[in-house]
Design a protein around this ligand. Structure first.
Ligand SMILES: Cc1cc2nc3c(=O)[nH]c(=O)nc-3n(C[C@H](O)[C@H](O)[C@H](O)COP(=O)(O)O)c2cc1C
Length: 131
């Protein structure tokens, strides 16, 4: 399943909650403002301040995301990330940071390949994979 335009729009405009886990499976969730789809299978995230999240990603590349307004956008995204400290993805997040109201200097670009999308709509579809 690829993201629909509606899903991509929601991720672009809303805050997302990013879940990572340690190698041992201890979860960590943080809000992220700079997460934007590049296409229907890829989301670019700016690592501006990540600490535990970043350590987790270096050991375990699997993440899960939901948007803040999940009542409107009842979807859960899962996938694997790659981390870039230079190159075109890093340049893109650096540009986002430079265009922000308070200038930010990202540490890395986190590129998520969306592998699975689940419904989180309360009711019979809750938790089901969208094929
Ligand atoms: C509203 C809001 C938006 C945020 N956006 C980002 C972001 O786009 N990128 C980022 O690296 N951290 C962002 N943060 C900071 C992270 O949520 C978090 O504080 C940081 O990853 C450190 O937590 P950790 O040690 O669990 O990774 C944001 C925090 C808030 C409250």
């Amino acid at each position: 399943m690829s993201m629909t335009n509606e899903m991509m729009d929601a991720i672009e405009k809303d805050l997302v909650f990013l879940a990572t886990a340690t190698e041992d499976g201890i979860p960590n969730v943080v809000p992220i403002g700079f997460a934007r789809p590049l296409d229907e299978d890829t989301i670019l995230i700016a690592d501006n301040y990540m600490n535990k999240s970043r350590k987790n990603l270096e050991k375990n590349p699997w993440i899960s995301l939901v948007t803040k307004d999940s009542q409107k956008n009842p979807f859960q995204f899962k996938g694997k990330v790659e981390i870039f400290e230079s190159g075109k993805y890093f340049d893109t997040v650096t540009e986002w940071g430079q265009n922000a109201m308070t200038k930010l200097t990202p540490k890395a670009a986190i590129l998520m390949k969306v592998e699975e999308i689940y419904s989180i709509q309360p009711g019979p579809e809750a938790g089901k994979k969208i094929e």
